[in-house]
Design a binder for this molecule. Sequence first.
Ligand SMILES: [Ca+2]
Length: 98
Amino acid sequence: MLYDRRGGLMFLDVTVTNTSAQMISGPLQLVLDGISSPDVTLANSDGQTSDGKDCLDLTDETDDGSLDPGESVVVRLYFVNPFRRRFTFELGVWGVLS
Ligand SMILES: [Ca+2]
C-alpha cells in the first residue's frame, strides 16, 4: 500500500486475471468487503452491490467488455485513511460465465 501525500489517499494496484478457460462477460465488478477499520473508506467506488458492498466497474478496463482466458486488467484502489490505520479487506470479482 502506497501513500499519496498530496491527495492524502492510500492506494493499491490490483491485477485481475482470468485464469480459467472460460470467457467472463461484463458487467465485471471488483467487490470490496470487510474493511477492518471503520475509519477507512474506499475513495473511488463506482457504486454499491445490492447487499451494500463497494464495487468498482472493471468492464471498461477490458479490451472489449469481457475478460477472456488469460486477459488481465489492472485497477487502482484509493482509500481515505485519515488516521493512517492498518487495515485489511477482502476482494471478490463478479462477472458472468459465458
Ligand atoms: Ca476481452
